[in-house]
Design a protein around this ligand. Structure first.
Ligand code: AHG
Ligand code: MN
Ligand code: MN
Ligand code: MN
Length: 335
């Protein structure tokens, strides 16, 4: 059991030996993400203030400041990772294509690729609701010394060597896994240090929260409709409580702590759902499994899906193991 209140820096050093390929590069990479998280946290926190200062321009395009923050978070993460020369490539929700990063010696010696959702839940920024960042790390599959290629990014989620998220909430937390459980660190903003506040996080085996955008109910597959009705039925410990923030990171974080299920199904208007396999579902699925939870597309384990394109979308069922299994049993009736 990890001692609480050690700093993230201490934790990274102490746990470096646990990494499968321990050359210190993955530690440097996590350190770079830690730094980028603090920078983006600073930007997110002052977003409201900037809006107030720029009130005269508010009528321009209301969505513009959100979009700016999407782009800004993307730039900050890219910059931090690029400057430290520890990754050979980055793919991002905000970029059309992946980015090749060359080391200073131009020898393409770095072995990790990072995939990011720089700002998750960005529609929540202008209403001051929690947003997040999601990251996912793989070892490249193409040989070191050659430029990174698409196949380095299109790996199934089981190949992830680390994944995590930052939640810019009532407090800012960085939650991540390197395949040895999930640990959560809370930022003390006064001194800019993350402390281990949530060691060995675990999804309760079952829970009483279901999180789904029920506004789309009429477009959902019958299995999802039936499961929602099951959640609402007065029987045993039901009806369950409905909670949906609309920021995957925040909905996931709450459900991991309290016990619950998150569903973003396919619908008649969005055939593969909305969430992106590479930037959102794979990292969250890895975290969920590492925390004793479960993640699927309703039928298949998310982590075993072989991606075919960077911005691929996939239906997502994720959370407490027994709740996801129950939802899958409803889906199976219409398979
Ligand atoms: P992003 O802001 O990175 O584009 O992600 C938004 C995602 C996810 O965070 C959230 O759970 C979902 O979109 C909400 O979608 P709906 O508004 O359709 O419910
Ligand atoms: Mn997102
Ligand atoms: Mn995003
Ligand atoms: Mn987006």
């Amino acid at each position: 059991m990890q001692r609480k209140n050690k700093t993230l820096g201490e934790f990274i050093i102490e746990n470096q030996q646990e990494f499968q390929y321990s050359t210190g590069e993955l530690s440097k990479l996590i350190n770079a993400i830690r730094l980028a998280a603090k920078v983006v946290n600073h930007e997110v926190n002052k977003a409201g203030l900037v809006d107030i200062l720029g009130a005269a321009g508010e009528t321009n395009i209301q969505g513009e400041s959100q979009q700016k923050l999407d782009v800004l978070a993307n730039e900050k993460f890219k910059q931090t990772l690029q400057n430290r020369e520890i990754v050979c490539g980055i793919a991002s929700e905000e970029e059309d294509d992946f980015i090749t990063i060359n080391s200073q010696d131009e020898q393409h010696q770095n072995k990790y690729v990072v995939l990011i959702d720089p700002l998750d839940g960005s529609s929540n920024i202008d209403v001051n609701v929690s947003v997040g960042t999601i990251f996912s790390i793989y070892r490249r599959v193409t040989p070191i010394g050659s430029p990174v290629s698409l196949e380095d990014f299109l790996q199934p989620g089981v190949n992830q060597v680390a994944a995590g998220y930052i939640i810019y909430g009532t407090s800012t937390m960085l939650v991540y896994t390197t395949g040895h459980g999930v640990n959560g660190f809370t930022l003390n903003p006064a001194i800019g240090t993350f402390y281990l506040s949530h060691p060995n996080m675990q999804f309760p085996e079952t829970g009483r929260i279901y999180s789904v955008n029920e506004g789309n109910y009429t477009h959902f597959p019958q299995g999802v409709k039936d499961y929602i009705k099951y959640c609402q039925k007065e029987e045993d410990d039901r009806p369950y409580t409905s909670r949906y923030i609309g920021s995957l990171v925040s909905d996931f974080h709450r459900n991991m702590i309290k016990g619950g299920i998150y569903i973003y199904p396919k619908s008649s208007t969005a055939f593969n759902g909305k969430l992106r396999l590479l930037y959102e579902c794979n990292p969250m699925a890895y975290l969920a499994e590492q925390a004793g939870g479960r993640a699927s597309d309703g039928y298949r384990r998310i982590l075993e899906i072989t991606p075919t394109e960077l911005h691929q979308r996939v239906p997502f069922f994720c959370g407490s193991r027994k709740m996801v299994e129950k939802a899958e049993s409803f889906m199976a009736q219409y398979a």
